[in-house]
Design a protein around this ligand. Structure first.
Ligand SMILES: [Zn+2]
Length: 380
C-alpha cells in the first residue's frame, strides 16, 4: 500500500484556498480582458511547476488559450481539459454569489463550473511533484477561454491536441454522489428564417403573408420532434419577428437547440432540419446550422478508463459511479468523438451550474483531488 502514503498530504483547505483565488477573478466568456487575468494567474502557477507553456492569443473577442506540458515523458500522453470562463457577468461576486462557506457548501461564480475542477487538476500535478513523483505519461493541460459559448475559437486546438494524446480527462463539474461523466448527448444549433409578405393589418389584411404565423406552425412541428424514448430533445429557445402590431409580419427568425444520443440520430435530425419546407402558402423558409458538439458515447476505451478510475476511488474506500447519458455538452464531446478515451465530470461535486446558487461541496475536494492525482500518476 505504498502508494497510499501521501507525503505531503492532499490538504482540502489548501485546495479550497487555491480554488477561491481563481474564483475571485471573475471571467465571463465574452470579456477577453477579464478571462486573460485568470489565464495570467494559471500561467504563472504552471510556470512555477516547471511546465512548458504556450499561450495562443485570443481572437474574435475571446481570451487566450493556455497550453502547459510536462517536460518529461514521451509519446502520446494525457490531455487535461478545463475552461477558465464562466457564464456569470462581472459583479455576481458581490451579489448572489458572494464567496462564502455554509456548512459543506462553498459558493462563488463559476466555482462548480468549473474553476474547482481546473484547480484540482493543477493541485493534483503539484501534489505529485511535491512528492518527487512523475507521471508515467507526458501530461498536457489545455485551458479554454470560451467553452461556455461552445468553444468556437478553441475547438480546432482541442481536437488537434486530442489526436496527439492517449487519454483525455475533462475537469468539468462532478455529479452529486461521487459520479463522473462517461457519455454526453451531441448538441445541434439551427436558425430558421421565415420570409412572408408585409401588409397593413387593417386595410390590406388579405395581401399579407404572416411570417409569424408560419413560424408558429413550424415551431409546433419542430418541437414535436422531441422524443424522450429515443433521447432526442428539441427546444425553440429564441424567437424574433414582426415590426409592428398593425403590420402583418414579413420576417421571423427562431433559434433551435437539439440534443441527440448518437451520431446516427444526429445525421437524421440534421437532415430533417435542413430540409424543412414551408407549411403555408407564399412564404419562404430557410434553415441553417448543424451539430456543434458531436455525441460522446461510452465505448470500450471509455469503459476501461472508467474502470481504472473506479479502482482508484476504491483505494480511499469510495464507490465511483457514472451518470446516465447527460444532455449537457462539453469539450469532452470533441475528444470522445475522435475516439480518444475520455473521462469527464472529474471536478468537484456540487450543484447549481450557471445558477445564482452555484456551489461545490467541500467534502468532495479530497477524494476528487486524489482521483485526479492517481489517474495522472498511474495511467500508462
Ligand atoms: Zn463547464
Amino acid at each position: 500500500m505504498a502508494e497510499l502514503k501521501n507525503e505531503p498530504k492532499i490538504d482540502p483547505r489548501e485546495v479550497l484556498e487555491g480554488i477561491v483565488e481563481w474564483v475571485t477573478i471573475e471571467s465571463p466568456s465574452h470579456d477577453a480582458k477579464a478571462v486573460n487575468v485568470v489565464v495570467d494567474k494559471v500561467e504563472g502557477q504552471f510556470r512555477d511547476l516547471g511546465l512548458k507553456l504556450e499561450r495562443i492569443p485570443g481572437r474574435d473577442g475571446f481570451g487566450d488559450i493556455l497550453e502547459c506540458k510536462t517536460p518529461w515523458g514521451e509519446g502520446k500522453g494525457i490531455l487535461v481539459l478545463a475552461h477558465l470562463d464562466t457564464v456569470h457577468p462581472i459583479g455576481m461576486i458581490e451579489k448572489d454569489l458572494k464567496i462564502r462557506q455554509e456548512g459543506d457548501s462553498v459558493f462563488g461564480p463559476g466555482i462548480y463550473d468549473m474553476k474547482a475542477g481546473g484547480y484540482i487538476a493543477y493541485y493534483a500535478l503539484r501534489h505529485l511533484i511535491r512528492q518527487g513523483k512523475k507521471t508515467k505519461l507526458p501530461v498536457t493541460f489545455l485551458f479554454i477561454p470560451e467553452e461556455e459559448v461552445g468553444s468556437p475559437t478553441s475547438r480546432s486546438r482541442i481536437e488537434a491536441a486530442a489526436r496527439g494524446h492517449k487519454y483525455c480527462l475533462v475537469m468539468e463539474p462532478g455529479r452529486d454522489g461521487d459520479k463522473v461523466v462517461t457519455s454526453r448527448k451531441g448538441v445541434g444549433r439551427f436558425v430558421m428564417t421565415v420570409k412572408g409578405r408585409a401588409s397593413h393589418a387593417g386595410v390590406r389584411h388579405e395581401d399579407g403573408r404572416s411570417a409569424i404565423l408560419e413560424m408558429a406552425r413550424q415551431i409546433v412541428r419542430i418541437e414535436g420532434r422531441t422524443d424522450y424514448n429515443r433521447g432526442i430533445t428539441v427546444n425553440v429557445g429564441l424567437i424574433n419577428g414582426g415590426t409592428g402590431v398593425n403590420v402583418i409580419s414579413a420576417d421571423c427568425t427562431a433559434e433551435i437547440d437539439l440534443r441527440v444520443p448518437d451520431q446516427k440520430i444526429a445525421e437524421e435530425m440534421t437532415h430533417w432540419f435542413l430540409n424543412l419546407e414551408p407549411i403555408g402558402p407564399d412564404v419562404e423558409v430557410k434553415v441553417e446550422g448543424g451539430m456543434n458538439r458531436p455525441p460522446y458515447q461510452k465505448d470500450a476505451g471509455i469503459a476501461q478508463l472508467f474502470d481504472k478510475a473506479q479502482a482508484i476511488y476504491r483505494e480511499i474506500g469510495k464507490d465511483l459511479k457514472d451518470v446516465p447519458l447527460t444532455g449537457g455538452g462539453s469539450d469532452g464531446n470533441f475528444t470522445a468523438a475522435l475516439g480518444i478515451p475520455t473521462l469527464d465530470g472529474l471536478g468537484a461535486d456540487g450543484k447549481g451550474a450557471h445558477a445564482a446558487y452555484e456551489q461545490i461541496y467541500y467534502s468532495s475536494l479530497m477524494p476528487r483531488t486524489y482521483l485526479c492525482a492517481r489517474l495522472l500518476e498511474t495511467l500508462e
